[in-house]
Design a protein around this ligand. Structure first.
Ligand code: PLP
Length: 463
């Protein structure tokens, strides 16, 4: 994936053993599918999508070793061997004392915040992921984002745009009082900020401030392996450490973590809640039994635990990580070459295109992100995700006017080990066509919407 003759192409470090056909469609078909879906890409049947870049969550391909491990799944209700193997893997890779499986990341979040947060508490984070924020707010606590200023500026170049502003953290603790801050989270990589990494130095600085007030640090570690590889590539002193050593060092700085295994766990379903705190772990397991299941399966089948054990290890493979980051970088660089503005530098799991910059003639009230996303589907069957005023627009107090989101983005998320370079080249070709037509595109209006999370089911019409 390189146009520089002196650098060899970064090839996919795997061959394909099992294939899933995709169904070719033409623009005429897609026009009909779009009309039927009221121009909402969440309402399109997956079979009618050629390249699905809606999300990187749970959409990756498992390896032959993972499929083999699935046959080893021990489906015993209690004391499953599969759990023992997962626990041993996590003890070794992450080092936490208590390993609690959950069906996905948000289940771990719900249990963690139910046990740790009370009404009126405040939880700082670099940037809360939306389910994390929702689970904190569900406890009547407040979720505060403290990412460094560069993390909010799409064009700012900084090696660790996911870092937390340590001074702001100190101020927040002083202002709120440490007794009202039951824990601090750090999201690695910072998903909502464009998949940008957090440095080891920043994790240590955050921990140092928290230690002064005896506040525990938890990691939202969905993309722990991508973050560790960024540290290896960008942080002085880490170039000769293995990703596994770096992961262990990040985990050792914290008291525990929540993990969506649908990301760097390389599985289609699964999650983890880990902690070193015996008393908390007991409370968490008690709650787990209520909604997820017995602590040796936690809402999953034994076979899922096996696939996770293998997946967490495979995510640390540096050839895989090199290819993973190269894929995002390759797509990002080509989109920039075409003329699109993207959140710079490319993150680990996705490229975020600035739709407002591409379509300045379409105001936020006519959803430039939605317009661009619909056009990519129409032109090439490519499904992306609007992250702008459709997703985050708010109704003003008059009940009518809409307050637009901070940014109008379109996310091209890359499922793990799923697409080949020719798929990405095709995305780039379609991007070129779309860019040529950009000045002729017209916006959309919402004609029907539900009260919450409207992006999933709102109906649109062209303006
Ligand atoms: C996906 C994700 C979650 C939620 O995990 P699910 O498995 O989707 O429930 C939480 N935090 C981050 C950073 C994520 O990317």
């Amino acid at each position: 994936m390189s146009t520089n003759p002196f650098i060899r192409t970064v090839i996919e470090p795997f061959i394909i053993k099992s294939v899933e056909p995709i169904q070719m469609t033409d623009q005429c078909d897609r026009e009909a599918f779009l009309k039927k879906a009221h121009y909402n890409l969440f309402q399109i049947r997956a079979r009618n999508v050629l390249i699905d870049l809606l999300t990187d969550s749970g959409t990756g391909a498992m390896s032959s070793e993972q499929w083999a491990a699935i046959m080893r799944g021990d489906e015993s209700y209690a004391g499953s061997e599969s759990f023992a193997r997962l626990e041993a893997t996590i003890h070794e890779l992450f080092g936490f004392k208590h390993v609690i499986p959950t069906h996905q990341g948000r289940a771990a979040e719900r249990i963690l915040f139910s046990v740790m947060c009370n009404q009126g508490d405040v939880v700082p984070n670099n940037t809360h992921f939306d389910t994390t924020r929702a689970n904190i707010e569900f406890q009547d606590a407040e979720a505060v984002d403290l990412v460094i200023p560069e993390g909010k500026d799409p064009q700012a170049i900084h090696p660790f745009k996911g870092n937390m502003d340590v001074e702001k953290l100190r101020e927040l603790i002083e202002k709120t009082g440490p007794e009202k801050i039951p824990l601090c989270m750090m999201t690695i990589t910072n998903n909502s900020g464009g998949g940008q990494p957090v440095s080891m130095e920043n994790l240590k600085a955050v921990r140092k401030v928290l230690d002064k007030y005896s506040i525990p640090l938890y990691l939202d570690a969905a993309r722990f392996a991508e973050n560790a590889y960024f540290i290896k590539l960008r942080e002085p002193g880490y170039e000769n450490k293995s990703v596994q050593e770096i992961v262990r060092e990040m985990m050792d700085i914290s008291e525990g973590c929540t993990v969506s295994a649908k990301k760097d766990g390389l599985v289609n379903i699964g999650g983890l809640l880990c902690t070193n705190d015996d008393i908390l772990a007991q409370k968490e397991k008690d709650l787990l039994i209520l909604t997820e299941g017995f602590p040796t399966y936690g809402g999953l089948a034994g076979r899922d635990l096996e696939a996770m054990s293998v997946g967490f290890r495979e995510a640390l493979d540096e050839d895989y990580l090199k290819y993973r980051l190269a894929e995002a970088q390759y797509l990002g660089e080509h989109l920039v070459e075409i003329g699109f503005q993207i959140i710079q530098p490319p993150g680990g799991h996705a490229i975020y295109v600035d739709a407002a910059a591409t379509l300045p003639h379409i105001p936020p009230s006519q959803y430039p992100g939605q317009t661009l996303a619909v056009e990519f589907y129409l032109a090439g069957g490519i499904r992306t995700c609007e992250i702008g005023s459709v997703m985050f627009g708010k109704t003003a107090e008059d009940g009518k006017t809409e307050i637009p989101a901070q940014m109008e983005l379109v996310r091209f998320a890359l499922p793990r080990r799923t697409h080949t370079q020719s798929h990405i080249d095709y995305v780039i070709e379609i991007a070129r066509d779309v860019y040529k037509r950009k000045d002729d595109l017209t916006g959309y209006k919402i004609i029907e919407q539900p009260p919450h999370l409207r992006h999933f089911s709102a109906k649109f019409a062209p303006c």
